[in-house]
Design a protein around this ligand. Structure first.
Ligand SMILES: [Fe+2]
Length: 186
């Protein structure tokens, strides 16, 4: 694995996010996913190259906010890697990781895909993700609570593929669940 090349690539992608005023998204989400993914790849013996690049690029379509960001991002990830002279076979694997990371219409199948989907969800429990979205949302607060209580359930129940990791964050899940389901007192 060419660690130096991937490190440099990560810094280039970070720059792209910083340039479009998405520094907080990068610092408090993408960077957390990258570190968590690398940790899981080492723990579960996943392909570190695929996982690291997949984490760097999993939300690449968020750069300009296009949806569906898993499908569009998957193609962009492949193109960017080929352009930077990464091998096509590697670019395809990374594209597949981006394609399935939301666990919505496309489910992860291999270990690396499961690692990125899990790290994406786990990043919401190990960093103050919900505080950050609350600070930037344009939704009314009750509407925000409803939307993110549903997201919390999907994150915790559908996206974390490793029992040990799910168990490790059960207390954070319980607290967030209480907060997000908080109802107005009468
Ligand atoms: Fe993400």
């Amino acid at each position: 694995m060419n660690t130096q090349k991937i490190q440099q690539f990560e810094e280039e992608i970070e720059d792209l996010f910083y340039k479009v005023n998405k520094k907080d998204f990068w610092d408090f989400h993408a960077k957390v996913v990258i570190e968590k993914s690398k940790e899981l790849a080492r723990k579960y013996d996943g392909d570190l190259e695929v996982v690291w690049l997949g984490a760097i690029l999993h939300d690449i379509a968020r750069l300009d906010g296009v949806e569906p960001h898993d499908e569009i991002g998957s193609e962009r990830a492949y193109d960017m890697l080929v352009e930077k002279v990464f091998e096509k076979e590697l670019a395809e694997k990374v594209g597949a990781v981006v394609f399935t990371h939301r666990c919505r219409n496309h489910q992860p199948e291999n270990l690396e895909q499961k690692i990125i989907a899990s790290a994406d969800a786990l990043s919401h429990f190990s960093a103050p993700f919900y505080l950050w979205v609350a600070s930037v949302t344009d939704k009314e607060f009750p509407e925000f609570l409803k939307k993110y209580s549903e997201k919390l359930e999907r994150d915790y129940n559908d996206k974390i593929f490793f029992k040990e990791e799910r168990d490790a964050f059960k207390n954070e899940y319980a607290v967030l669940k209480n907060w997000l389901n908080y109802k107005k007192l009468r």
